[in-house]
Design a protein around this ligand. Structure first.
Ligand SMILES: Nc1ncnc2c1ncn2[C@@H]1O[C@H](COP(=O)(O)OP(=O)(O)OP(=O)(O)O)[C@@H](O)[C@H]1O
Length: 247
């Protein structure tokens, strides 16, 4: 089987400001990869490059063995962007139907599939409401449901748990672990340590550079600390020291 996502030697600048530097990572099937970093560290830019929405200055990205951008591969990716891309004047059900058609889901299976993905995010009672009446959290949940509608082989979720209450967050993680066990490759971005702890592999990003990577437990052992927040701080300190030695 092809590797899910392979990012090789990526650099990216905006207006001469380097926002990602020498990024290498692999997101494998049967694995949840967490991109953990503070606001502005470059996570969304990286995710957009994986989707082929932004071009890197250097380096390559392949998804399922195909170099991105590649329109055909998009059919195999469920993507949840940081900004909800929803039709406000349609109901949640109509939004889901629209995306089901885009992904060419068998019309006999569409309604079942809509009910299934809506149940994952507790939106079944709200399916016929207009999205313009939804709260921010409900919109996030609908965006997550849309990313799951086609049962994609790859899931890329940019801050999927923002605005979602703890109980539902747990339910969503249970579902993501199930998809992982079924063999999907899943990438999520987050700045929340509780979410990071649920991932199989973590890549910590600060100021556009990878400061550490590994499983959550490996990372805690490496830095002799008891939680990921301390790993992040320790890795950041090490990185700053290396930079000051190297430059
Ligand atoms: N289109 C753009 N033009 C210019 N600068 C940009 C553009 N997109 C992102 N940036 C800059 O790149 C840097 C990384 O932004 P990015 O959105 O990738 O970070 P992030 O880690 O996803 O942050 P957040 O968690 O707040 O979304 C920031 O300094 C941002 O201002």
């Amino acid at each position: 089987m092809n590797e899910g996502i392979v990012v090789t030697d990526i650099d990216k600048s905006f207006n001469d400001k380097l926002v990602l530097e020498s990024i290498n990572l692999t997101a494998k099937h049967h694995q949840i990869l967490g991109l953990l970093g503070p606001s502005g560290s470059g996570k969304t830019t990286l995710v957009k490059m994986i989707m082929g929405m932004t071009n890197p200055d250097n380096g390559t990205i392949t998804v399922l063995g195909n170099q991105m951008p590649n329109r055909k591969v998009l059919q195999s990716i469920g993507f949840m962007a940081q900004e909800d891309a929803l039709y406000d004047s349609l109901s949640a059900r109509e939004n889901l139907r629209f995306f089901a058609e885009l992904f060419q889901i068998n019309s006999q299976k569409v309604e079942n599939r809509i009910n299934y993905v809506a149940s994952i995010v507790n939106l079944v009672p709200d399916l016929n409401k207009l999205v313009s009446n939804f709260s921010g959290g409900m919109k996030r949940r609908l965006s997550l449901a849309i990313s799951l509608i086609a049962d994609p082989e790859i899931l890329i979720l940019d801050e999927p748990t923002v605005g979602i209450d703890p109980e539902l967050r747990q339910q969503i993680w249970k579902e993501l672990h199930k998809y992982r066990d079924e063999g999907k490759a899943i990438v999520i971005t987050t700045h929340v340590m509780e979410d990071a702890a649920q991932c199989d592999q973590l890549v910590m990003i600060r100021d556009g550079r990878i400061i550490s990577s590994g499983t959550p437990i490996e990372m805690e052992r490496t830095y002799h600390v008891n939680n990921l927040e301390e790993v992040f701080l320790a890795a950041g300190r090490n990185n700053s020291n290396e930079n000051s030695i190297n430059h």
